[in-house]
Design a protein around this ligand. Structure first.
Ligand code: SAH
Length: 210
């Protein structure tokens, strides 16, 4: 690919995000490290460092980099946090999360077998092989690794799935696009009694939960 230097393009993207959308230095460093072009279809590599969503097959789209950065920032991720992700896609967002908490603390569920398999392969090739990926319905969460400190959805749901809420520890955070046609990014802290203390973070647009 003549004229395309992925490292250069990635650094320019990070600088743009830093001046506009993302403040957290650890999040910016994570985005500086993860090679997004490896996580998009071959013919899309040149577009990997434009700040926009990209198609990844199976009628699915991965979020724009700024959304990944904003979500990582809202989740306040610390090294060692146990994280549940619903909607692995090709694995880019999981890799950014892995940079922040450690790969073996990231557990991700993907509905489409083919995407789960591609994500596993790419994560392994890029050094994030300890991220665990399960093919299945994210509405059930992933009880084996619960309780989680943090859980987030990368697809829009009418409401936080009950099983996912149950798998987050009291005091832990959830983040998801909530709604069907019009969606709001909602961050919620789980209270001891299982109820949620919610905060809206603006209008967003994600693919729907299957
Ligand atoms: N995390 C990705 C974004 C993936 S797009 C990133 O790197 O930005 C959203 C993903 O959610 C799609 O791959 C889609 O297949 C998946 N998805 C939709 N419904 C789901 C469900 N019920 N359970 C698990 N994954 C689901």
């Amino acid at each position: 690919m003549a004229g395309f230097d992925p490292d250069d393009a990635r650094e320019r993207l990070v600088q743009r995000l830093r001046n506009t959308r993302v403040d957290d230095g650890a999040v910016l460093d994570a985005m500086r490290t993860v090679p997004r072009h490896e996580f998009v279809p071959e013919q899309r590599r040149r577009d990997a460092y434009d700040d926009r969503p990209l198609p990844i097959g199976q009628d699915q789209t991965i979020s724009a980099p700024r959304m990944v950065g904003m979500m990582a920032e809202l989740l306040n991720l610390e090294p060692g946090d146990r994280v549940l992700e619903i909607g692995t896609g090709r694995g880019y967002h999981a890799a950014v999360t892995a940079e922040l908490v450690g790969p073996d603390h990231v557990h991700s569920v993907e509905y489409h077998d083919e995407l789960a398999e591609l994500a596993r392969a790419t994560l392994a090739e890029t050094g994030y092989g300890d991220v665990s990926v399960r093919a299945g319905d994210g509405r059930e969460g992933w009880p084996d690794h619960a309780p989680y400190d943090r859980a987030y959805l990368t697809c829009a749901a009418p409401e936080f799935p009950e099983a996912v809420v149950e798998q987050v520890r009291p005091g832990g955070l959830l983040l998801a696009p909530i709604g069907s046609h019009s969606q709001t990014l909602v961050r919620a802290r789980r209270r001891a009694d299982g109820s949620l203390d919610r905060e809206d973070h603006g209008a967003v647009r994600f693919v729907p939960l299957q």
